[in-house]
Ligand binder design. Structure first.
Ligand SMILES: Cc1ncc(COP(=O)(O)O)c(C=O)c1O
Length: 394
């Protein structure tokens, strides 16, 4: 039987689009990240995918969590996760959320401006703060540089002021940009962090303890990527070579995409094909507002239609189902030439920043989520799609 038939059978009584997630891969990802550096503390960036099953699995494996708001904190509390395992990594926090975080016992807060520092000093006195440096994000597919972080002199000033305000200047963090393809981006950022550590120690008597490596590690889409282990090796040697004067160094990492990206396959159905403006259009039931938000920046997913894998390709414009003209996934994408109504498209490695961004726009529900371990009848078919081997099973 062709493997899509198995999945078509599965989806007959269910709505597309849906995301299927494999929790075994999640566990593997956690262990691989945890192993890059002895003693590293992993703070899963909840914003990538806050599905309860993901959080429970990581909770049980000992992970900590990077949170962006009170809503995420409350979700974790409802799952019996101690605030001691949370870090408030958003540099733009509502004052009431800071107060709430402090009241329940969250210790770590990110900062990249004076006003944020004052807000933390007012609402979370005595907390540990870490300053975020800006990175150029040039080698990332989803840059985070302009809005977040500041230059290294400013981070130094913030750490000095933190002490004056009765906070604990605890460390430095950065984010090289999400889906960073160049492993040396981590080295470049770490060298800047070393500068701050050394200047503060030598000139101001402030000994920082924490490097928070942020997120940014990539998952496989259409371009070559470095592995978690290769990035880990760069991090390890850069730290060994530059932080030997800081024996009490703590290392945090906040993986989002690299923790959950490759655990999920998004399945979406073609609901219309049409030829207009001399272009072939394919409309599917997922789109910018229903799981594929990151494609607004032309973020490229690998898309497969298993039973048509051997066909010639043709160029299509691929669009979503809503009445908004921004809901165009790709102006040009190569897909099997006969792709048409009823075909299922599989977006590989779509576990991060997909369902989490999805809306109810036009009264269309966000994609449903299934856990592979619960839907054994299609587990083998999906595993094959995931590994992209032997796609058509006779
Ligand atoms: C503070 C912070 N940490 C970690 C992450 C996760 O980044 P990534 O998904 O690239 O691993 C993000 C993403 O936006 C973030 O804002």
């Amino acid at each position: 039987m062709e493997i899509t038939n198995e999945i078509k059978k599965f989806s007959k009584d269910r709505q597309t689009p849906f995301l299927i997630m494999d929790l075994d891969i999640l566990k593997e990802n956690y262990n691989r990240i945890k192993n890059i550096y002895e003693g590293i503390q992993v703070f899963y960036a909840v914003k990538a995918n806050s599905n309860v099953r993901i959080i429970e699995t990581l909770r049980d494996m000992g992970s900590s969590f990077d949170v962006a708001s009170r809503g995420e904190i409350e979700k974790l509390l409802s799952l019996n996760i101690s605030p001691k395992r949370m870090s408030f990594g958003n540099t733009i926090k509502k004052e009431t959320h800071i107060a709430f975080a402090h009241e329940i016992g969250i210790e770590y807060f990110a900062v990249d401006s004076e006003m944020e520092l004052k807000k933390i000093a007012r609402n979370a006195p005595g907390s540990k703060v870490y300053g975020r440096i800006q990175t150029n994000s040039m080698d990332s597919d989803w840059p985070l540089s302009r809005k977040f972080g500041t230059d290294i002199d400013h981070v130094q000033e913030l750490m000095i002021k933190a002490k004056e305000y009765g906070l604990i200047p605890f460390g430095v963090n950065f984010h090289v940009g999400s889906q960073t393809l160049n492993k040396f981006s981590w080295k470049q950022a770490l060298l800047e962090v070393a500068d701050i550590f050394i200047t503060l120690k030598e000139n101001h008597g402030i000994e920082l303890q924490l490097i928070n490596l942020g997120g940014g590690m990539p998952i496989q889409h259409t371009k070559p990527i470095p592995t978690v282990e290769e990035i880990g090796e760069i991090i390890k040697t850069t730290i060994e070579d530059n932080f030997s004067d800081f024996p009490n160094l703590k290392l945090f990492i906040e993986p989002g995409r690299s923790m959950v990206g490759n655990i999920g396959t998004l399945v979406s159905e073609v609901i219309l094909r049409s030829n207009k403006q001399k272009q072939e259009w394919l409309f599917i039931d997922s789109g910018i507002f229903h799981g594929l938000f990151e494609t607004i920046e032309d973020f490229r997913y690998e898309i497969i239609i298993p039973e048509k894998a051997n066909e010639e390709l043709s160029t299509f414009t691929l669009a979503g189902p809503t009445c908004d003209s921004i809901d165009i996934i790709y102006d040009e994408v190569e897909l099997p030439e006969s792709t048409t109504l009823g075909d299922l498209l599989f977006f590989k490695n779509a576990g991060a920043y997909t369902v989490e961004y999805a809306t109810n726009f036009n009264g269309i529900n966000p994609p449903d989520v299934y856990i592979l371990q619960d839907v054994k009848e299609i587990a083998n078919a999906l595993k094959k799609i995931h590994t992209n081997t032997n796609l058509i099973e006779k």
